[in-house]
Design a protein around this ligand. Structure first.
Ligand code: SF4
Ligand code: FES
Length: 365
């Protein structure tokens, strides 16, 4: 049976970025600028996305504005009737970039902050003055009349400042705020021991979100992403493998999620030579874990198997070395103990981070 089309195309335009966050979920082996898809190929991919029924395009990276053709891609997606969402650090979103995006018909911008304290924000991104530039970018987005989502990634060093983060989002006029605990992939996994919040921190952050949701009901939406390591059940990663999203890497490899290249035994098709429809409907990479037929116990007979789809394949492999295993975030997994072991290990760990390495070929528009 042909599956319904993907809801969203996640276009990772580049891994280049002016920031070096230690929780970045980009791969450790960052893609070189020279390997990135050219403009013509991205334009063709956007045409194909519209043809197969994709509704939204999320332009991300790295920093998508590091591509000089970012606005051109937005304009092309818009002309094809696709809803365009730019996910940006904001540090290069100056007047010129904003004007170009507006002219291109951008629909929505999601702006990330590393913290609500300027010095901590700049320390985490390893980028001087980034906080001030982000504040200016937020003001530009609101002045342009665009919907604004603010994103804060939460970890041990900033989890106590959730109320201030939400207050800042309110002051900047955000329509939506995402409070997202670190997801432990890529550089985030490398830095897990230093980043994992304690259970008490998690409870306090959750309470702060609940309070703010009650206070701001009808005025601002607050999304909250909890850390798997303190969970009883896993997240339905990407809404289920190859069920809702298609992720395109900077070099053009099509994958069901951003971390899939860490999995062994896959050859991911390239959008340079395979149409999106073939990739979505019939590639081994997309069919392998779609649905429930691949599952082992306890997922196979679990009544949540079509709710969370067995959790995250990349996490199961990263922590257990088994791509078919139940995500150990699930309490029903026989390996759930690895999550508690990681939490225990992190309790004595110092807050020393391995910052994402900058690429020498960063070129900002
Ligand atoms: Fe989900 Fe599998 Fe856990 Fe059931 S056993 S809740 S399907 S991860
Ligand atoms: Fe790959 Fe979850 S990140 S399946």
């Amino acid at each position: 049976m042909t599956p319904p089309p993907p809801l969203g195309l996640i276009a990772e335009l580049t891994h280049r970025c002016p920031l070096q966050c230690p929780y970045c979920s980009n791969p450790l082996d960052l893609e070189r600028a020279a390997a990135e898809l050219d403009t013509a190929t991205w334009l063709r991919v956007l045409d194909q996305a519209a043809e197969i029924g994709v509704l939204q395009v999320h332009l991300t990276g790295g920093e998508p504005l590091a591509r000089r053709d970012c606005s051109e891609l937005v304009a092309h997606a818009s002309a094809n009737g696709l809803y365009t969402n730019l996910i940006t650090s904001g540090v290069t979103l100056d007047d010129r970039a904003m004007a170009a995006l507006l002219a291109a018909g951008i629909d929505h911008i999601q702006l990330s902050f590393q913290d609500v304290v300027a010095s901590e924000n700049d320390r985490f991104g390893a980028s001087p003055n980034a906080f001030a530039k982000k504040q200016a970018a937020a003001a530009r987005i609101r002045q342009a009349g665009l919907p604004l989502t603010l994103n804060f990634v939460i970890h041990r060093a900033n989890a106590g400042r959730v109320p201030q983060m939400i207050a800042m989002a309110e002051a900047l006029g955000a329509d939506r705020t995402e409070i997202a605990h670190v997801q432990y992939y890529g550089w985030g996994l490398v830095n897990r021991a230093a980043l994992l919040p304690t259970l008490d921190q998690l409870h306090a952050a959750t309470e702060a979100v609940d309070d703010a949701r009650a206070r701001l009901s009808g005025r601002m939406v607050i999304d909250y992403v909890v850390p798997d390591y303190h969970a009883a059940r896993p997240k339905a990663c990407m809404g289920g493998w190859a069920q809702r999203f298609m992720n395109i890497s900077p070099a053009g490899r099509a994958m069901p999620c951003h971390a899939a290249e860490t999995l062994p035994g896959f050859t991911f098709p390239s959008v340079r030579d395979v149409p999106l429809s073939d990739i979505w409907n019939s590639s081994d990479a997309f069919l392998r874990f779609r649905g429930t037929a691949w599952m082992k116990e306890p997922c196979r007979s679990c009544d949540r198997r079509e709710v969370d789809w067995g959790g995250c394949r990349c996490q199961a492999f990263a922590l257990l070395g088994d791509t078919h295993a139940t995500d150990p975030a699930c309490e029903l997994s026989p390996d759930h103990g690895v999550m508690q072991a990681a939490v225990t290990e992190s309790e004595g760990a110092a807050g020393a981070y391995v910052f994402r390495k900058p690429r020498k070929d960063v070129v900002l528009s």
